[in-house]
Write a protein that binds this ligand. Structure first.
Ligand code: NAP
Ligand code: HSE
Length: 430
């Protein structure tokens, strides 16, 4: 029987998922590849003695060069994570004639271009479907299936941990600290959950999606990022009054030949397709000039769901190797040089929540401050508080970010405004 040999860098949640899936659907893959068997021949780990159910001990190694220098291995799957070792092993693997599959968004959002170009140079495929949205086939959908369109907007719930937390805050009225603890206990959030709750994980993923959608390399450092740490249960209550939810969204769009790319918690009307995507589920909403709009929803993490994307990439590469069709490789589709707008030049609706003195002319002073900065008001909710105070919640029309900021500064300096508690973005038009 013909065999195609694979080296697996890493055998944690995802690595073990890949091993299991190759066994689970072995017969299907054998038929798809005209009788060629996909065989994992070496697996790199840090600790040989960890318990790993169903993984043969004799496949494990502590030496990455057992894989990188193994001439029989055609394809390397990188699922160790991080950027230092992962980058070195991928680069060395390409130089040693291996095709690459990776789930590593940290690496692809910072060093993606170099890796893809090195793949081109050595005629080696580099595929990374699992790096965004776990099981959701979002990269191939944008890159291949929707290539006939100009994509105009990508908007996604692309971090499962924060979606789980916000869902619990809305459905159970619990605080952010309280739901974070549960997310950690359930193993969704990392022990150090910073990159999830500060929005960095989502920022890496939207950088990857924006690069593919707009054919312009977008790096992590190009993304404006706000996390969910300032969302309070009061914001949750008011969002409900506005018939909205709050989601941490990665948003990338193209307008007037310039790209906007950001991650922030967003007030989202309940009628939007993303508003009902709850718990650890991920979803990506796309707009294009031929298909209109579509939304893909699925599991954004976990062993088998992530392996689903990795093994799909593996089968694509294996088929091409079998047919001998990999002669020239074009891994990277970023050939445009478009401007990326500063956040101040972008526009959004905004939600302001503030505590004010409860007396006459307060509302008019605040309305004047908005008007002075060209910010028009959409709607207002006012609630009486004890001790002669009131809480004021204002939704604006779509305005420039820089105008919102100057209005905020002016309002902060009004003697009748005691504190601006929060300012959130809001998506109203779809
Ligand atoms: P994980 O459970 O922490 O597993 C990492 C594996 O890599 C472990 O087997 C570890 O060895 C090994 N490893 C780490 N650093 C190494 C090094 N320097 N040298 C040798 N071995 C090393 O991680 P994971 O959750 O599977 O995630 C892997 C990658 O997939 C990451 O890039 C992650 O962002 C991405 N991803 C994960 C998910 C998910 O659901 N978990 C979803 C999408 C993408 P030991 O076993 O000996 O510790
Ligand atoms: N920490 C990530 C999440 C895992 O919560 O979505 C998948 O990338």
């Amino acid at each position: 029987m013909k065999k195609m040999k694979i080296g697996l860098l890493g055998c944690g949640t995802v690595g073990q998922g890949v091993y299991k899936l190759l066994k689970l659907n072995e017969k299907k893959y054998l038929a798809l590849l005209d009788g060629t068997e996909l065989e994992i021949v070496k697996i790199l780990v840090n600790d040989l003695e960890k318990v790993r159910e169903d993984i043969p001990y004799n496949l494990l190694t502590l030496n990455p060069y057992d894989i990188i220098h193994n001439k029989d291995i055609d394809i390397v799957i990188e699922v160790i994570g991080g950027t230092t070792d992962a980058e070195e092993y991928i680069i060395e693997s390409i130089k040693n004639g291996k095709h690459i599959i990776t789930a590593n968004k940290d690496l692809m959002a910072t060093k993606g271009q170099n890796i893809l170009e090195l793949g081109n140079e050595y005629a080696k495929l580099v595929k990374y479907e699992a790096s965004v949205g776990g099981a959701i086939p979002i990269i191939s959908t944008i890159k291949d299936n929707l290539v006939s369109n100009q994509i105009t907007k990508v908007m996604g719930i692309i971090n499962g941990t924060t979606n789980f937390m916000l869902t619990k805050m809305f459905s159970e009225g619990r605080s952010l600290e309280n739901v974070l603890k549960e997310a950690q206990e359930l193993g969704y959030a990392e022990a150090d959950p910073t990159s999830d709750i500060e929005g960095l994980d989502a920022a890496r993923k939207i950088a990857i999606l924006a690069s593919i959608a707009f054919n312009r390399r977008v790096k992590l450092s190009d993304v404006y990022v706000e996390g969910i740490t300032k969302i309070s249960i009061d914001d949750v209550k008011y969002a409900k009054q506005f018939k909205s939810t709050i989601k941490l969204l990665g948003i990338a769009l193209i307008k007037d030949n310039a790209i906007e790319v950001r991650v922030y918690p967003t007030l989202l009307s309940l009628s939007h397709p993303l508003a009902k995507v709850d718990d650890v589920y991920n979803a990506v909403y796309l707009e294009g000039n031929a298909f209109g709009n579509l939304t893909l929803i699925g599991k954004g993490a976990g062993g088998l769901p992530t392996a689903s994307a990795i093994v799909a990439d593996l089968l694509t590469i294996a088929k091409k190797i079998n047919k001998g069709t990999i002669i020239e490789v074009e891994n990277c589709s970023c050939y445009l040089d478009l401007e990326i707008k500063k956040i101040e030049e972008t526009s959004s609706h905004y939600y302001f929540r503030m505590v004010v003195v409860d007396k006459t002319r307060v509302l008019s002073k605040i309305a004047d401050a908005f008007a002075d900065n060209n910010v028009s008001i959409d709607s207002v909710i006012q609630k009486k508080l004890p001790e002669g105070k009131a809480e004021l919640v204002i939704l604006t029309d779509r305005v420039l970010n820089k105008n919102m900021k100057s209005a905020k500064e002016q309002i902060e300096n009004l003697d009748v405004v005691l504190e601006i508690k929060s300012v959130l973005n809001s998506e109203k038009e779809y």
